[in-house]
Design a protein around this ligand. Structure first.
Ligand code: SAH
Length: 366
């Protein structure tokens, strides 16, 4: 059987072209785009504004959904994790994080991840494959529909973070396409400045992003203030060591819009990278590169078997933060969300919480 077209991965213009290729008028493309992205419908049958005969044809030729939700986990703190499967049966995970003023959806750019960061559970999966633009967009649609209902207007703004499984800058093309599709005012209308992309430090892509006018915010995972330690924790550092990485960051900084900043993420590992001396090294490193329009997010390590690390104590994290502040570096402590359901940073590896792990609720919704 020939593979069906995946329409969620098409821009509005591409969808109109596709529809035209099916011998239908172009405006049907706009109609389908709105049904998929603005109304977030998940089947052809729901698109009752399309003629029945056209719908029958569409069913044969094209798929509305390519991801299947396998399970949904709800944390004590309200965070929701979705474990989905691609059409070729690979795991995709998405996290919905309700917050006071707006919600954040953390989506995956790859199934598994090729980088081998020693403190991250996703790394243990290896790379299964890079996701398509449509698979990235669909993750957002699934999470929004579960939170607010199919086709409902969104009650408030949504922020997106490409901080789930995978290295977004090794999925650059589909990621940028997904962002274009999601920014469309006739669709989800989530614009790039509502999106943050986190990278382990793929230097050429940082430089490339600096040249793109309509772009997402940038976060860079540092985890260590010296090459020696960073080589151990994040082997990608052997390819692009700190000097090169920070030089690219400086280039990126020059391209920031007025008032805009970018972020360094620093996972806090007990007894490994959290000493006062390391805080001084980190501040000196950023200052030496003249990086002023940055903030540092300190992320307490999220444990998961078999990762060999523990989170730093809150006192240690506070002390680290104070030292950064005393050297003019703004730092914030990220509050862990969804740890009990394996939804927190570095915990996405298609895990099923076993009985007794927190009071997690497991709902099969597919
Ligand atoms: N590959 C990208 C995006 C995914 S990771 C990147 O490396 O930036 C998102 C963030 O979670 C990164 O800053 C990463 O350093 C952090 N992280 C990974 N494992 C973690 C863990 N076990 N506990 C806390 N943070 C972790």
């Amino acid at each position: 059987m020939k593979e069906k077209a995946h329409l969620t991965e098409l821009t509005q213009a591409e969808l109109s072209d596709w529809v035209e290729g099916q011998g239908e008028p172009r405006y049907r493309g706009r109609q389908i785009f709105a049904a998929l992205h603005a109304r977030r419908l998940r089947s052809w049958d729901e698109m009752t504004d399309l003629p029945l005969s056209f719908r029958e044809k569409l069913k044969k030729e094209a798929a509305v959904t390519t991801l299947t939700v396998e399970s949904r986990y709800i944390s004590e703190d309200g965070t929701r994790r979705y474990l989905m499967k691609t059409h070729d049966n690979l795991p995709v995970e998405t996290v919905f994080i309700p917050e006071e003023r707006r919600d954040t959806i953390c989506f995956s750019s790859q199934s598994g991840c090729p980088l081998q960061c020693d403190f991250c559970l996703t790394a243990r999966l290896g790379l299964l494959r890079t996701l398509t633009a449509g698979e990235m967009v669909e993750q957002i649609i699934v999470a929004l529909n579960d939170a607010y209902g199919v086709g409902e207007k969104l009650p408030r703004g949504t922020n997106l973070v490409a901080m789930g499984a995978g290295e977004p800058f090794l999925a650059f093309e589909p990621l940028m396409k997904a962002l274009r599709i999601m920014a469309d005012p006739k669709g989800l209308h989530i614009v790039p400045r509502r999106v943050t992309v986190s990278t382990a430090g793929i230097v050429p892509r940082i430089k490339e992003l600096a040249t793109i006018p309509e772009r997402p915010h940038l976060a860079i995972s540092l985890a260590a203030p010296t090459d020696e330690l960073r080589n151990q924790l994040m082997p990608i550092n052997k390819k692009w060591p700190l000097e090169e990485l920070l030089a690219a960051c400086k280039e990126f900084e020059k391209s920031l819009k007025p008032g805009e900043r970018f972020t360094f993420e620093y996972v806090m590992l007990d007894g490994v990278n959290d000493a006062d001396e390391q805080a001084r090294q980190l501040a000196n490193l950023l200052n030496r590169h003249g990086l002023a329009r940055v903030k540092v997010n300190l992320i307490p390590h999220n444990t998961a078997e078999p990762l060999p690390y523990r989170p730093s104590s809150w006192e240690r994290i506070e002390s680290f933060k104070e030292i950064l502040a005393s050297k003019g570096v703004n730092a914030f402590v990220r509050r862990p969300r969804g740890r009990d359901i394996y939804a927190a940073c570095g915990q996405l590896a298609a895990r099923t919480p076993t009985a007794g792990e927190g009071r997690s609720l497991l709902h099969k919704i597919a």
